[in-house]
Ligand binder design. Structure first.
Ligand SMILES: Nc1ncnc2c1ncn2[C@@H]1O[C@H](COP(=O)(O)OP(=O)(O)OP(=O)(O)O)[C@@H](O)[C@H]1O
Ligand SMILES: Cc1ncc(CO)c(N)n1
Ligand SMILES: [Mg+2]
Length: 472
């Protein structure tokens, strides 16, 4: 098995002294099932015959999981049982010698505590370094504690994959963010836990989080005081889709599940200030636009998004709320058509909105296809026509100028659909922010929306909101 850096992500090192009721073999199976990416057999005071027996069996187990099996210290044994590699300390066989014995295809790791040791190991052909102890540890009495700063110096200076070891636990593991390591090696954080498999699953998630970057998304829309649509739905959707959500508010609405009782637009100047504040600092990777009820506000948005060269713009051409309330002025509709749609990557009209945008009646699925093409030809943006409420199914049609795709949804018998359109467009924008293609973004967004509708939340006296957080 050839070495690659991903193997170091969650590196499990055995220590049967922690053994409770389970045998070493069973414990290793637990960590492999939990998602460990490398296994090192390190049993300091086990007699040779028993070590050999354990090593042979555990090697076979690791093969089943396609996880490298590394022997601690004993190069000759690694050779004899055809392990995937060996890990040597500073007092063990030198790395050059180990390489000579094992050949180029085996994995060799070296423990390094200083930059000098790290450099030598690299010269001698080590594949990776184990660097520690990072924190105080009970698994090695004589280990000097390096700390985070010295770890960073090592990763900055020596160009070799590194796994951090020593005292790393579920609680302190996130302190290793941005230290340049390729993963963590642990003993007691896995083998010292009551439920070893669950501890491995939990720690794996935690260490994976060290490598996740947070994507960012902006919603420019109206506030819905009842929390099910508008800005509130957008931010909840972004959170549930693990994207950092930001907002520029176009209007406040006094609204609940039965209707909209009042609307107050912000001034164009204040909308501009909000958009500037966001873009000048945390540049959003995608932008969703929802309710914008006046001509001047639409102008402001178009001007600002062009100025900042905004990416991945999703426009939900909101005209009428599910409750029937009108959310845009007639003169603004023409500005929306003339200025806003052409800067969008995709727009997401429902059927009544599609009719307004195309001046045609949309009564059938064929009409949806014809209207989508017409929208593309007129405004040069991809379009997702939502079947939603009107056609009594949950099928939406995406047309991008080259091809049309039906996204078939499973219609859920739930009249609580306040904010479905806001939620779908925000989920699409979140997925675009993460780097998915438009088609993938729509597919994932529909799946998220179905989950939120399917959670069957039932609040309010009208068409109620969905459970945006059903998946968290
Ligand atoms: N009962 C349902 N079950 C499953 N999916 C649904 C249901 N109702 C709507 N959808 C889906 O929700 C999405 C939004 O479509 P819809 O036509 O409801 O948007 P909208 O009218 O803009 O919503 P809003 O009320 O937020 O303005 C579409 O993907 C649609 O297929
Ligand atoms: C603020 C706001 N935006 C959009 C919609 C669309 O449903 C709504 N009801 N309220
Ligand atoms: Mg809508």
């Amino acid at each position: 098995m050839k070495f690659n850096n991903d193997m170091l992500r969650l590196y499990a090192v055995t220590d049967r002294h922690w053994t409770g009721e389970k045998t070493l073999y069973e414990q290793v199976r637990d960590v492999l099932m939990g998602g460990a990416t490398c296994l090192q057999l390190r049993e300091k005071d086990l007699d040779e015959a028993s070590f050999y027996e354990e090593a042979k069996n555990i090697k076979e187990l690791c093969r089943l999981f396609d996880v490298p099996f590394i022997i601690n210290d004993n190069v000759m044994l690694a050779k004899e049982i055809d392990a995937d590699g060996v890990h040597v300390g500073q007092d063990d066989m030198a790395c050059v010698k180990a390489r000579e014995i094992l050949g180029p295809d085996k994995i060799i790791g070296v423990s390094a505590h200083t930059i000098e040791e790290a450099r030598i190991a690299k010269e001698q052909g080590a594949d990776y370094l184990g660097v520690g102890a990072i924190f105080p540890t009970s698994s090695k009495d004589d280990a000097e504690v390096l700390g985070i700063e010295r770890l960073k110096e090592m990763t900055d200076t020596v160009d070799l994959p590194m796994v951090a070891i020593g005292g790393i636990s579920y609680d302190n593991c996130l302190l290793l963010k941005d230290t340049g390591i390729d993963g963590i090696a642990v003993i007691s954080a896995l083998f010292g836990q009551k439920n070893i498999k669950q501890a491995t699953i939990d720690l794996k998630k935690r260490v994976d989080a060290l490598y996740e970057t947070m994507h960012t998304c902006l919603t420019i829309a109206g506030s819905d005081s009842s929390g099910g649509a508008g800005i509130q739905a957008d931010l909840k959707t972004m959170l549930a889709n693990k994207v950092f959500g930001m907002s520029a508010i176009t209007a406040l609405t006094a609204q609940n599940t039965t209707g909209v009782t009042d609307i107050m637009n912000v001034t164009p100047e204040f909308l501009e200030s909000q958009i500037r504040a966001v873009f000048d600092d945390i540049y959003p990777e995608a932008v969703k636009i929802g309710m914008v009820s006046s001509k001047t506000l639409i102008h402001t948005i178009v001007e600002m998004l062009k100025h900042y060269d905004a990416k991945h713009i999703v426009v939900d051409p909101v005209m009428v709320a599910t409750s029937g309330a009108k959310l845009i002025s007639d003169e603004a509709i023409s500005t929306l058509k003339e200025e806003l749609l052409s800067i969008a990557e995709v727009i997401t009209p429902n059927i009544p909105e599609t009719e307004v945008l195309t001046d045609m009646e949309v009564k059938t699925v064929e009409d949806m296809e014809i209207a989508a093409k017409k929208i593309y030809d007129t405004y040069h943006c991809a379009v997702l026509v939502k079947g939603g409420h009107q056609l009594n199914d949950a099928n939406d049609y995406l047309y991008n100028g080259e091809k049309g795709t039906w996204f078939k949804g499973h219609r859920i018998d739930n009249s609580n659909t306040h904010g479905t359109g806001c939620t779908l467009s925000s989920a699409i924008a979140s997925n675009l922010a993460k780097g998915y293609t438009l088609e993938e973004s729509v597919r994932h967004a529909k799946a998220y929306l179905s989950g939120a509708i399917g959670a069957m939340l039932d609040l309010g006296q009208g068409s109620g909101p969905m459970d945006h957080g059903y998946n968290i």
